[in-house]
Design a protein around this ligand. Structure first.
Ligand code: AQP
Length: 336
């Protein structure tokens, strides 16, 4: 079988609301990359259960997550959209990779440290081995490129280490070394309340993020209340150093407007935040609003969303299953 040269895999957790960080850091690029790559996009529910979930809420947010991705422009006639747990090959390869990755490698993962926090001993084993499953998600399609936000850079490096280690341990050139695609002006969108913390679904305060399902009024209110400093905006990006909240808002503006931050500051250098925030709110509402409307329409047609996911899982299994069969052969498992 010829190996793909331009194949993408990326995933998003179906937990809670997708936010502007997910959108600008990753999901918007998913849509753009469809023109150039063969794309596999999944809702990673196996990753979601690394922390405790309510079953009914998980099911509902998986459906809603799929509706949101379709509303953003993921096109099932171009890309394969599916739910991770519907393709058992991910978990099978994940186990094999648990037997390739070293404890020392996982101990270096900063996301585990952040998510487990002070209660490390109480975190699930699943949360600890999250990056080996993520490597399986990617490599079970022999994906060559992975569009992600900057926070996933370290996990991608681990995925390459696993691929390389598997290849050399088994004396094969089977897995590619996938490249991260970290694209755009907002690869790390920060919390609206703290410019040092990433915007995140699991932050307790809803005012730290703009959800893709927020109403226009709520978006405007959150931007008005976003933390800033008392200085006016600088005339160029150098003036944003050591002003994390200002830098974040300018980055969000630039990404939404598809402009460089320097270009945005040409218009706003010397302006007060009140004026800038008003324009930012207008821009965010103009970009997010149509997606929310389409998402609501799709929520009213769950049959369509389920059909897309069912067909996506079939197409994903057709690619992943033969790859796992190859891997089992390479590892030395007896065929059934
Ligand atoms: N703040 C962010 N800025 C830029 N990109 C981001 N991503 C997440 N947050 C930001 C990117 O979104 C994609 C999907 O992320 P995910 O839902 O699978 O997991 P996550 O990175 O753990 O997202 P959250 O919001 O931080 O979820 P919780 O709070 O549950 O941990 C990824 O490509 C990610 O890089």
């Amino acid at each position: 079988m010829p190996k793909p040269t331009k194949r993408i895999l990326s995933g998003v957790q179906p937990t809670g609301n997708l936010h502007l960080g997910n959108y600008l850091g990753a999901l918007r690029n998913w849509v753009r990359l469809q023109a150039e790559y063969e794309c596999f996009y999944c809702l990673v529910d196996l990753h979601a259960i690394t922390v405790q979930q309510d079953a009914a809420a998980l099911r509902a947010s998986t459906r809603d997550g799929a509706a949101m991705l379709l509303a953003m422009g993921v096109d099932p006639s171009k890309s394969v959209l599916f739910v991770q747990s519907n393709v058992p090959a991910h978990a099978e390869l994940g186990w094999i990779f648990n037997c390739v990755a070293r404890i020392g490698w996982l101990n270096r993962m900063t996301q585990f440290k952040e998510k487990a926090g002070k209660k490390k001993e109480n975190a699930t084993v699943g949360l600890y081995v999250y990056p080996t499953l993520m490597a399986a998600d990617i490599l079970v399609y022999l994906a060559t490129h992975v569009p992600v936000g900057d926070d996933q850079r370290q996990h991608l490096e681990l995925c390459r280490d696993i691929a390389q280690s598997f290849n050399s341990q088994c004396g094969v050139e089977y897995f590619p070394l996938p490249e991260a695609l970290i694209l755009g002006e907002a690869t790390r969108v920060m919390s609206l309340r703290d410019g040092q913390k990433k915007m995140s679904k699991s932050d307790e305060s809803d005012y730290t993020r703009i959800n893709m399902s927020d109403s226009p009024d709520l978006i405007a209110q959150k931007i008005r209340k976003a933390r800033t400093d008392p200085e006016p905006l600088p005339g160029d990006p150098k003036g944003l150093e050591s002003r994390p909240e200002a830098k974040n808002l300018v980055g969000i503006f630039a990404a939404l407007a598809d402009r460089a931050p320097a270009d945005v500051l040409k218009d706003y250098g010397g302006a007060q935040f009140s004026k800038f925030k008003e324009d930012l709110a207008e821009l965010a509402i103009a970009k997010v609003g149509p997606i929310t409307t389409e998402m609501r329409r799709l929520q009213g047609d769950p049959g369509h969303v389920e059909r897309v996911l069912h067909e996506g899982a079939e197409r994903a299994r057709a690619v992943a299953d033969p790859i796992v069969r190859d891997v089992k052969e390479i590892v030395g498992f007896l065929r059934a």
